[in-house]
Design a protein around this ligand. Structure first.
Ligand code: LLP
Length: 431
């Protein structure tokens, strides 16, 4: 199995975090998102401990909550004592109402509106991660109106191609995100930030992309950022206190993906950074990292019920389930690979091949193609593994399909973290 929280029990049912998935499907209905709370905490601790081991004091991970956002995750993150990355009023509201200490929040995004900015400041968000000169001026103006001095990082584009899917690559010079170093925009942004009276520049941020397995893109970006920090210091006298290296370490969706040792990766990045800092004769700033996917992806699983099995003689087979692109749009968007298992017959031979598809009126509503399975029948439970990141948060209401609930699994117990939506919920705002 691709993760150690998955197994098969004596009934031939798939288990997740020690629970029989068929029983969970019966208890809560399908489609159903499951999250293994212990696994989330395990990943957070690996990052937190490795960063404490290898980076200067004060270095911490920051959970990129776009990967998975609900009140309960902010409570977990708070208990684990790490920071969060928030990108919208909705995420700020969820974190705040879950009691997350907002001074440990970083507010991201390439187009924060004036109302976003005001809301974030009034909510006490610790840092803004500023993305444009327009935004710097707006943050300065609104901070002035509120009588605040706002701490911030500048999002810098290091000019790195991380060789991942182009839709999740963000560090190249022509990206919509950040101030590019190459064009001089980054240095101008530093000067602007330092000149504005209601701003306090804490340092710099970069993020090269997502689902990256090698250390090289991170090391290249980190070295470029340190070079930038050193140049800025020489030119302006300003020395960054914080350097945020963004998120992006990959996860295993299928057996052929490499197994990643996050502690080892962090150690490799730290070794390169220390060497570079020594060469440049600067003190290494406190380092922040912003993992999203690698904290939650393999803590998640989605369960569906098979509705129909269609064999098109001489062509292909379809297995239709009661969810699809509305709860997991990642195949439709990126052709993302997933491991799919017939959870109710997990011990049977996979002698049938089918496209596992959703229920939307759309041919692209595919969860995965060419999936080897034991031949399923109506009522069987299908599990899609590694769905803890960018599934619930990217779910839609297309075809007016309600979103599934999120059930957390912890120490042999199961509890609802997000309730199942009803059709009444869907029409709540209709006039
Ligand atoms: N920091 C920033 C500024 C980001 O933009 C992101 C992700 C992260 C951190 C977290 O990256 P992670 O560790 O999760 O790779 N919807 C796409 C992923 C988009 C990533 C957006 N930014 C997907 O489903 O693959």
């Amino acid at each position: 199995m691709i993760c150690d929280n998955i197994s098969i029990n004596s009934k031939g049912h798939l288990t997740f975090a020690g629970h029989d998935t068929v029983e969970l499907a019966e208890k809560y209905g399908t489609p159903l998102y499951l999250m293994d709370e212990n696994k989330i905490r395990e990943h957070i601790r690996i990052y937190k401990n490795a960063m404490a081991e290898f980076f200067p004091e004060g270095s911490l991970p920051e959970f990129a909550s776009k990967a998975f956002s609900c009140k309960q995750i902010y409570r977990i993150v708070k208990e684990e004592g790490i920071n969060v990355d928030l990108v919208s009023m909705g995420e700020i509201y969820a974190a705040k109402s879950a009691g997350f200490p907002m001074e440990n929040a970083f507010f991201h995004g390439n187009n924060k509106t004036d109302s976003d900015i005001k809301y974030a400041m009034e909510s006490g968000v610790g840092h803004f991660v500023c993305d444009s000169a327009d935004e710097l001026n707006a943050v300065n103006r609104i901070a002035g109106e509120l009588g605040k001095k706002q701490k911030l990082l500048l999002r810098i584009t290091p000019g790195i191609d991380p060789h991942t899917h182009k839709k999740i690559s963000t560090g190249s010079v022509d990206s919509k995100f950040g101030f590019p170093i190459e064009t001089g925009a980054a240095k101008n942004a530093v000067k602007l930030a330092l000149s504005l009276e209601n701003l306090e520049l804490s340092g710099f941020h970069c993020h090269v992309g997502s689902q990256i397995f090698e250390s090289d893109p991170f090391i290249d970006a980190a070295e470029i950022m340190l070079g930038f920090i050193s140049e800025v210091k020489n030119e302006t006298g300003y020395m960054a206190k914080l350097l945020n290296l963004g998120g992006g370490l990959g996860v295993r969706y299928v057996e052929s993906d490499p197994v990643i040792d996050y502690r080892e990766k962090i150690g490799e990045i730290a070794a390169a950074l220390n060497k570079m800092a020594e060469k440049l004769n600067i003190k290494l700033p406190e380092i922040l990292m912003e993992p999203g996917r690698s904290l939650v992806a393999d803590a998640g699983m989605t369960l569906y019920t098979v509705g129909s099995v269609k064999e098109i003689e001489g062509y292909k087979n379809y297995v239709s389930v009661d969810g699809g692109m509305t709860d997991n749009p990642r195949f439709a968007l990126y052709e993302s690979p997933y491991t799919v298992i017939l959870a109710s017959k997990a011990d049977k031979e996979c002698d049938f091949k089918a496209s596992v598809v959703g229920r939307c009126c759309e041919s692209g509503d595919i969860i995965q193609e060419n999936v080897p399975l034991p031949k399923p029948c109506r009522g069987d439970v299908i599990a899609v593994l590694t769905t803890g990141a960018y599934n619930y948060t990217m779910a839609s209401h297309y075809n007016r399909i309600p979103k599934p609930p999120v059930v957390m699994l912890k120490d042999g117990q199961d509890y609802v973290a997000v309730k199942r939506e009803t059709v009444e919920d869907l029409c709540k705002l209709d006039v």
